[in-house]
Write a protein that binds this ligand. Structure first.
Ligand SMILES: Cc1cc2nc3c(=O)[nH]c(=O)nc-3n(C[C@H](O)[C@H](O)[C@H](O)COP(=O)(O)OP(=O)(O)OC[C@H]3O[C@@H](n4cnc5c(N)ncnc54)[C@H](O)[C@@H]3O)c2cc1C
Length: 286
């Protein structure tokens, strides 16, 4: 499960708990042309479709209403996504008079920022033209190198390519902070306190406190926010190796402040509107 997950697989541990209780899980997966959107999963065999990180803002069409309907039908319902999406779900249900907190499980991510879906769409099209054929199975955090998922991979036709995350032009734009949504630079959720039930992310700095667990296959941090979440965690955690730690041990930049807006962003966006995409990639993505 860790090999098929971006961090330590804690999302799957929580999703399994819900699915074993005939519940519904809403999480981000790929649709046609690698478009990223939240979708519903109601069986463990479908879970792999929504595993793994995509550094793109995911679409939420139809998700709010579907969550309301599953809760109204009395089902445990888990939503997992960026903290702004989880908060939007919470507020939507509250406004709707359905803050059904007993059955709703909100899982939000430690989040660097969600990137523009328009630029992602252009990148996927660019790869298709450059290498020929449809691009499939794009993995942002491939673990074949046991490098905690710092490898990107994708397929076209019968060919598979894998290379460093930092050599991928799209990821280079992402990690230069050029393509995040404007609101991400002012994100109010970059702190450990949240209104959700669980916050999950990569356990950065694990090697400092538990070097024995750092095997390059990724580890999760999980912050348990509510009493109910604590009860769920006690039941769900039996299937993974977990230990308690101090908050200071798991703090990382995106639990302290949002990604700073780089001075070059305005210039980048100006060139984005003017230049053909491949020239833009060459200029900024190496
Ligand atoms: C845009 C983005 C930025 C992130 N930044 C950080 C960071 O700075 N520090 C950190 O520690 N962790 C970050 N993460 C979280 C981390 O990469 C893992 O997603 C998380 O730890 C869950 O891993 P897992 O092994 O438990 O499960 P996995 O199976 O790897 O993750 C699947 C979960 O991620 C969600 N997800 C995947 N892509 C998206 C998306 N585009 N939008 C919304 N939800 C999505 C799915 O809904 C599902 O809940 C980020 C994730 C995303 C999507």
């Amino acid at each position: 499960m860790r090999e098929r997950s971006s961090s330590g697989g804690v999302f799957s541990v929580l999703a399994d708990w819900v699915l074993e209780r005939e519940g519904a899980v809403f999480a981000a997966g790929y649709g046609p042309d690698l478009r990223v959107a939240h979708r519903e999963v109601d069986g463990k065999e479908q879970l792999d479709r929504v595993r793994r990180t995509k550094y793109v803002q995911s679409g939420m069409d139809g998700v709010y209403g579907a969550i309301r309907d599953r809760l109204a039908a009395g089902r445990q319902t888990l939503f997992a996504g960026t903290p702004c999406q989880a908060e939007a779900v919470r507020r939507f249900l509250e406004r709707d008079g359905r803050a059904d907190r007993d059955r709703l499980i909100l899982v939000d991510l430690v989040c660097y920022g969600a990137a523009s879906p328009g630029i992602w769409e252009k990148y996927v099209r660019f790869l298709g033209l450059r290498y020929g054929g449809k691009i499939r199975d794009f993995e942002f955090r491939d673990k074949r190198g046991k490098d905690n998922g710092h490898t990107v991979s994708w397929k076209n036709g019968s060919t598979q390519r894998a290379y460093s995350l930092y050599a991928d032009p799209y990821c280079r734009l992402y990690f230069q902070d050029l393509i995040l949504r404007p609101s991400c630079y002012e994100c109010p959720f970059c702190r450990p306190e949240r209104e959700s039930d669980f916050t999950i992310g990569d356990f950065w700095g694990l090697e400092r406190i538990r070097p024995d667990l750092d095997d390059g296959m990724g580890n999760s941090l999980v912050i348990v926010h509510s009493e109910r979440a604590e009860r769920i965690w006690r039941e769900a955690a039996g299937r993974c190796l977990s230990f308690e730690c101090r908050l200071e041990d798991l703090l990382q930049p995106r639990l302290a402040a949002p990604t700073p807006r780089p001075a070059a962003r305005e210039r980048f966006m100006k060139w984005y509107r003017l230049l053909p995409f491949w020239i833009l990639l060459k200029k900024y993505g190496g």
